[in-house]
Design a protein around this ligand. Structure first.
Ligand code: NAD
Ligand code: ZN
Ligand code: ZN
Length: 404
């Protein structure tokens, strides 16, 4: 049997590349696997040879020790690969197909899946609705920052690229379909972005940059990206965004007024989440900052897209309330302005096919927007460190050296 190597979380601040089991069409016991998922048969699944698998800001929450992720957890939920083995019940996906895997795991059979809310599938995680590969509290499905990975419910979940050769040419873009491109796009759609909109995007990490590019694709008149990291803001300017450096300017509304002539936008998107910092010099962590500031700067009747992740348990939080996910949000302001809030995991399958078509037909340049940077599996621990320091890059692991 072939071996398998993977990126494994070994404790706060630490990841290693280790040997792990070659996947089978069953969910075996291991670190983070929910006892009620152990032994679960997956004849509806496939084994993929991983072609590309990206490091995400969501992984960093675990690696920074800000979750209850156990040591030994195999990381990775952004997976693109080639099918090398089929379960008995797989009917339509074939060996050799090159596919994008939605980071949410979804059965295709429950009420949520039938309503296209694959982000809260009821059958894949015994603890709560919703699941993902290589993630704490998500049922224990083994992560895909590895050479090989098992993907269940293959016929339902996998997005097959129509032409393998063409797909390999555009793999730096297509690899973003497993998470951040749909996530940024979902943020923009749920914030009501349309032609002529003015948009504020909080965060210039890969998700923020994907949201900014998505807002452009949706026809926004002006896209303003805010962050405390100058290098990431320069990346946002490289594809036509306006920027606000929040470590230099504490008042976001004033900065928006300088750009738009008014201190408010039509739509705002939180691409930061619970590890948000406050604004201004000497900023420290202040988890409700982005939620409160987007309520302030979004017009009455506007919509707030909130893909940024908020947790129900954070051992490293700044106070006891935040340790259980209770934040000091000025909800009265949002109520007074009749704001609509859209939160949660992205239902990737609602968007990935259309965004694939935009990539394949040259309409979307997501790899350029997020500065996709291809690395080997062995380089992953270094990339985790650089990404944690705020590198203006989206790291794409190429475990088999297949990307030109
Ligand atoms: N909803 C989903 O399905 C989904 C999917 C993917 C990622 N996410 C989440 O989206 C968030 C962003 O992901 P990422 O990969 O870009 O992470 P990232 O950590 O690379 O980027 C976050 C950025 O926010 C900046 N920031 C901190 N405080 C800020 C503030 N007050 N205002 C503006 N910017 C601020 C940081 O400097 C950093 O550049 C994370 O919370 C991640 O978990 C959610
Ligand atoms: Zn992700
Ligand atoms: Zn389901």
């Amino acid at each position: 049997m072939a071996g398998n190597r993977a990126v494994v979380y070994t404790g706060p601040g630490k990841v290693e590349v280790s040997d792990i089991d070659f996947p089978g069409l069953v969910l075996r016991d291991g670190p983070g696997v929910n006892p009620r998922n152990v032994g679960r048969k997956c004849e509806h699944g496939v084994i993929l040879k991983v072609v590309s698998t990206n490091i995400c800001g969501s992984d960093q929450h675990m690696v920074r020790g800000r979750t209850t992720a156990p040591s030994g957890l195999v990381l990775g939920h952004e997976i693109t690969g080639e099918v090398i083995e089929l379960g008995r019940d797989v009917e339509f996906i074939k060996k050799g197909d090159l596919v994008s895997v939605p980071f949410n795991i979804a059965c295709g059979r429950c009420r949520s899946c039938k309503e296209r809310n694959t982000n809260v599938c009821l059958n894949v995680n015994p603890d709560r609705p919703g699941s993902a590969y290589g993630y704490v509290d998500m049922g224990g499905w083994v992560g895909g920052q590895s050479e090989y990975v098992m993907v269940p419910y293959a016929d339902f979940q996998l997005l097959k690229f129509p032409d393998k050769e063409q797909a390999m040419e555009k793999i730096r873009d297509l690899t973003m379909l497993s998470d951040i491109f749909p996530t940024g796009y979902h943020g923009a759609v749920s914030a009501g972005v349309r032609p002529g909109s003015t948009v504020y995007v909080a965060g210039a990490g890969p998700v923020g940059l994907a949201a900014a590019h998505s807002a452009q694709l949706l026809g926004a008149a002006v896209v303003i990206v805010g962050d405390l990291n100058g290098e990431r803001l320069a990346q946002a300017r490289s594809f036509g965004c306006e920027t606000v450096n929040l470590s230099e300017h504490a008042n976001l509304g004033e900065q928006i007024e300088q750009i738009l002539g008014v201190p408010e936008v039509d739509s705002a998107i939180d691409c930061v989440g619970f590890e948000a910092h406050g604004h201004g010099h000497g900023h420290t962590e202040a988890p409700a900052t982005v939620l409160n500031s987007i309520m302030e700067v979004t017009r009455a009747g506007g919509r707030l897209g909130i893909p940024g992740l908020y947790v129900t348990g954070d051992p490293g939080a700044i106070d006891n309330d935040a340790k259980v996910g209770t934040l000091k949000i000025r909800f009265g302001l949002g109520w007074a302005k009749s704001h609509t809030f859209v939160t949660g995991q992205t239902p990737v399958m609602q968007y990935h096919r259309e965004l694939m078509m935009s990539i394949l037909n040259g309409k979307a340049q997501i790899a350029k927007a997020v500065n996709a940077t291809v690395i080997s599996l062995d380089d992953a621990p270094r990339a985790y460190q650089e990404f944690d320091k705020g590198a203006a890059r989206k790291f794409v692991i190429d475990p088999h050296g297949l990307i030109k």
